[in-house]
Design a protein around this ligand. Sequence first.
Ligand code: GUN
Length: 291
Amino acid sequence: MDIIDGNRVAADIIAELKAEVATIAGRRPCLALVRVGDDPASVSYVRKKEQTAAEIGVEGRVFLPPVSITQQEIFALIDQLNADPAVDGILVQSPLPAHLDELAVFRRVSPEKDVDGFHTVNLGKVAQEDPTGFVACTPAGIMELLRRSGVDLKGKHVVVLGRSLIVGKPVALLALQKRAGANGTVTVCHSATRDLPAITRLADVLIAAIGRPEFVTAEMVKPGAVVIDVGINRVPDPTRKTGYRLTGDVAFASVAPLCSRITPVPGGVGPMTVAMLMSNTIKARRLRDKS
Ligand code: GUN
């Protein structure tokens, strides 16, 4: 069994991107990061994105509107960032507070600056296999991690657990695309799926993205499968200084011995998400040079 080291692969990509940024003439790429409220996971993710941007020479601009911000006010902030010629990419950290319409916010971001890939146009381009758009960072990170680990999905049965806009749906579309590395046979399972273990046991590649700690157990996995764990769940742990530990959607200790390859949590898919965000921001910067 191989543990896929997402930290190492992401570090390789970050080094490549840093070298690429250095070749860009003129203005550095600029990423606007919008975080509403103080959700502890969001605070830590946005900080990581800001740090990585700084490390590779991408300018990060962080916006922290108050949790009381109205829909019209967040629209106004996004409109201002859309119109700002110095801003290449805009990311609004999810989840937003419940009083805000998150999908409407994602759609407000100009598709050319939508480095998160959540806009209708960019998700549509994934469905149409049009590479000119932006692919959502976690799904793109999963595909890149598989590619760089030598896992070719062609003809394989890929089972995706979860149908979210951020991971499940786009990763299913990517795995299905008729191109090198992809070309899988894809099944998407969700909360209404009957006899889930019977389906997950068919998976050559199982992608778990349901946000439930250690949901995938050994009985649900075919021996020899590749398991990609997208979950980042905080579970209470009084033995830790922080009071919590991170665990994935897969019961790692019992599932790992069965697998041919598996991603750990932390240190699997998570660091790839940040690397792909930087890649999208550099792509946005280059595209705006051409326009
Ligand atoms: N929350 C969890 N993952 C993501 C992501 O990739 N982008 C944004 N904006 N929010 C998230």
